[in-house]
Design a protein. Structure first.
Length: 302
């Protein structure tokens, strides 16, 4: 899959989870907060799997700019946000906007995105059709039955022109939002792990990235996927997150720039993602607006 970079976007598949828990020390105060920023600073960044290929060149590139990066490795997705809220780390990078919105709502925190990294596209696959336009009207398409992946899958299908969603498409859309009168295909929900073996029984299916190879497919076989320029994809962009008071910290923003523009870092990102990551440079203001929108939608869904 080719690498794409865009400066505007009008959206886990999560990075792989590795269990390698390390302790959290108190975050360095060298970087300060607000607009402050100077050379020879230490910044603690929470990640899930610091062994991913992008991190070594990232640390090296930051050091060349006078910034010492200390990666704090966490063993589960539940840990980096509380550590950031409590000041044990300065930044984290492991999640997309939807995940952050749900954490903020549940915890009352005000963590905020300060820069984008990439989107890991969710794909539509078929063993019967080579193009979305070839799928006949009235055929059945499978989507995952868990709420988070189902909502994203429905948004992908709407972007592909196969369904229309009554709510326009949100991170909380479900089968009830499918407008059956105006949609081209019928939708069935299956357990995500079972979809690969069920693919021959349907016209097409949204398959989680973890299960694509189980279906004997490659990511290049997708006949549709998230459109990074579609507004409904933005909530699935992975981000650097900071505490709200640090959103303008010059050192932290410099680290975002390094991640987004350093060629070795970007090459490592492709290596660790299996070449499916689509790097993105989304304005922080767009990320913040998306976070606020998703948090509002989450509240309304309660």
């Amino acid at each position: 899959m080719s690498r794409r970079t865009t400066s505007v976007i009008a959206a886990l598949a999560a990075v792989p989870l590795f269990v390698a828990l390390s302790g959290c020390a108190t975050a360095s105060s060298d970087a300060g907060s607000g607009d402050s920023g100077s050379a020879d600073e230490t910044v603690k960044i929470g990640v899930v799997s610091k062994g991913d290929a992008q991190w070594a060149p990232f640390v090296e590139a930051a050091a060349e700019e006078g910034i010492t990066v200390e990666l704090v490795d966490f063993g589960s997705y539940e840990q980096p946000n509380p550590a950031l809220s409590e000041g044990e780390i300065d930044l984290n990078q492991f999640q997309h906007i939807v995940y952050l919105a749900e954490y903020n709502n549940a915890s009352g925190s005000d963590l905020t995105p300060i820069g984008s990294t990439a989107i890991y596209p969710l794909g539509l696959y078929s063993t019967k059709y080579d193009d979305v336009d070839d799928i006949p009207e009235g055929e059945t398409v499978a989507v995952p039955d868990d709420a988070s992946n189902q909502a994203r899958a429905l948004n992908v299908l709407q972007q592909a022109g196969l369904v229309e969603l009554k709510d326009g498409g949100t991170p909380y859309s479900d089968l009830a939002q499918v407008d059956t009168d105006t949609s081209k295909v019928k939708i069935t929900a299956l357990e995500a792990a079972l979809i690969p073996t069920s693919l021959p029984d349907v016209a097409a299916a949204i398959i989680n990235n973890d299960f694509v190879e189980d279906a004997g497919l490659t990511f290049d076989d997708a006949i549709a996927q998230d459109d990074p320029e579609d507004p409904n994809a933005l909530p699935y962009v992975n981000i650097f997150a900071a505490r709200a008071e640090d959103s303008d910290n010059e050192t932290y923003l410099k680290l975002v720039e390094i991640f987004q523009t350093n060629e070795d870092v970007q090459a490592g990102l492709q290596e660790s993602s299996g070449d499916i990551a689509l790097p993105l440079q989304v304005p922080a203001s767009d990320l913040v607006a998306s976070l606020a929108k998703v948090q509002k939608e989450a509240d309304a869904k309660k």
